[in-house]
Design a protein around this ligand. Structure first.
Ligand code: AHR
Length: 498
């Protein structure tokens, strides 16, 4: 495969938030995954697991969405503030009917974001909450003034307001968030967002609920209605897409035991994210040619059957090199659509769907997907570079995807970062790469590879981990840099040049 990168062709900013994540009150994502409480024997700071926080800091996790998901439109924030002893217990009716004791609430979420050093993204309740409840929550979080909500926050131990940039006005309001039509939601969005106010010097980036999508129904009508009716009142419009093998939601298949055909189908469906960005981007362009409104892909990732013996409502699944390939392909797609995609949030942070980390009591492991985010982190905040590749395509059931996916960026210090992903399950990919018009030296090259089924377990937590990419040859030629390397099958590599 021949790939030419043009450092002189500078495109869009790769918003760091494209590498964002999602944490819902679902199964063991919050409880046990990140939050164990101050009295836990598991090492923690103010209740947050030290091992998980340290791991997430290493990948520079930029933004975290909370509290849902479907949970968001059933969440009443006042249940989760104040002394622990007086917090209301409720049934988490959407996710398994388990007791939610609200010990993780607004204060705990902002403490988690403080420890991670990330932007909080709070998703408000439009489906079953009132306008006033949403208004009060924003006031509680952000108001520096004398006001009933700011005073309540102070009484609950937080004197200074928190900075809150991202606020979602409902989640999946076409489904679990109220079964609304696009027109009905658009009217509701217009009403609710009016009262999502800016207090002091806090400025909120308002995110409207966007389309649920599938290959059969890409959901562009919803985007059209929202952009037409409410586009000028929003900063971002969301989009959700999950990769489910064969789109068979009844039998999604095992996360670890799958065939070559299942692998090909999964990767081919993940590639559909590219079409979604194009299609929804084209609709948005008609109403917003300046690309002011961000496409916020605030739920994406693979969704399989739960691990045998686990609660079906907890959505706990393992994570293999197949997931790593989906993550690498999708992040390259987001980078290349970063003119419109301003944030994306993998579902979910821990122990739910395509997780970064899995925990078992005091044990924690990093998934292959985690390692992909590590390899890609240098793209955060860099500028997308123009590039051209002549990769051939692979296909599954008529759905095509590139054999080798890539993206390239340059950071403020002039370092060029290139991520490559060989999606072939069984063939190595020789790559001939040129950085045009600039002579550069290789500063680092890392590789994540393994059998498509390879994954980490608590017994063998480092079975899959990045290592140095060997055998990269670099030479100056015709005023540019010529590089050659070979990617093994099922592999993701990152190269940095200075
Ligand atoms: O991520 C799991 C669920 O998937 C979310 O709660 C919901 O928004 C989506 O349907």
């Amino acid at each position: 495969m021949r790939l030419i990168v043009h450092p002189g062709v500078r495109k869009s900013l790769i918003h760091p938030e494209i590498y964002g994540h999602f944490s819902e009150h679902l199964g063991r994502c919050i409880y046990g995954g990140v939050f164990v409480g101050k009295d836990s024997p598991i090492p923690n700071v103010n209740g947050m697991r030290t091992d998980v926080v340290n791991a997430l800091k290493r990948i520079h996790l930029p933004a975290l969405r909370w509290p849902g998901g479907c949970f968001a439109d059933e969440y009443h924030w006042r249940d989760g503030v104040g002394p622990l002893s007086s917090r209301v217990k409720m049934i988490n009716s959407h996710w398994g009917g388990v007791v939610e004791d609200n010990s993780f609430g607004t204060h705990e979420f902002f403490e988690l974001c403080r420890q991670l050093g990330c932007e909080p993204y709070v998703n408000g309740n439009l489906g079953s909450g009132t306008v006033r409840e949403m208004q009060d929550w924003v006031e509680y979080i952000t108001s520096p003034d004398v006001s009933p909500m700011a005073d309540l926050r102070r009484a609950n131990g937080q004197d200074a307001p928190w900075a809150l940039k991202y606020f979602g006005v409902g989640n999946e309001n076409w489904g679990c968030g109220g079964n609304m039509t696009a027109a009905f939601y658009a009217d509701n969005y217009r009403r609710y967002q009016t009262y999502v106010r800016n207090y002091g010097d806090n400025h909120i980036y308002k995110i409207a609920c966007g389309a649920g999508t599938s290959i059969k129904n890409p959901g562009c009508d919803w985007t059209e209605t929202l952009m037409r009716e409410a586009g000028r009142m929003m900063n971002g419009l969301s989009l959700h897409y999950y990769t489910v093998p064969y789109d068979n939601w009844q039998h999604k298949g095992s996360a670890t035991e799958f065939s070559r055909a299942d692998y090909m189908d999964t990767v081919a469906r993940a590639q559909f994210m590219d079409r979604l960005c194009e299609m929804h981007g084209a609709v948005m362009d008609r109403y917003d040619p300046e690309k002011r409104v961000g496409l916020i892909v605030d739920e994406w990732g693979t969704w399989y059957d739960v691990e045998p013996g686990t609660n079906p409502s907890f959505l706990y699944q393992q994570n293999t090199m197949r997931d790593a390939m989906v993550a690498a392909l999708t992040l390259n797609i987001f980078n290349r659509h970063s003119d419109r995609v301003h944030m994306a949030n993998l579902a979910q942070l821990a122990n739910v769907l395509q997780s970064l980390v899995l925990t078992d009591g005091e044990r924690m492991l990093l998934t292959p997907t985690y390692h992909v985010f590590d390899l890609f982190k240098a793209h955060q905040g860099a500028t997308l570079l123009g590039s051209m590749s002549d990769t051939d395509e692979l296909s599954s059931d008529g759905m095509r995807f590139p054999r080798v996916s890539h993206s390239a960026s340059v950071n403020a210090e002039g370092r060029v970062h290139i991520t490559l992903c060989n999606l072939s399950p069984d063939e190595a990919a020789p790559v001939s790469l040129r950085i045009d018009g600039q002579t550069m030296a290789l500063e680092g090259a890392a590789l994540l590879t393994g059998d498509m089924h390879a994954h980490n377990t608590f017994e063998s937590p480092d079975a899959v981990r990045p290592r140095a990419l060997e055998g990269v040859s670099v030479r100056a030629a015709d005023g540019g840099t010529e590089i050659s390397l070979t990617l093994p099958p099922v592999a993701c590599a990152s190269l940095t040049f200075a």
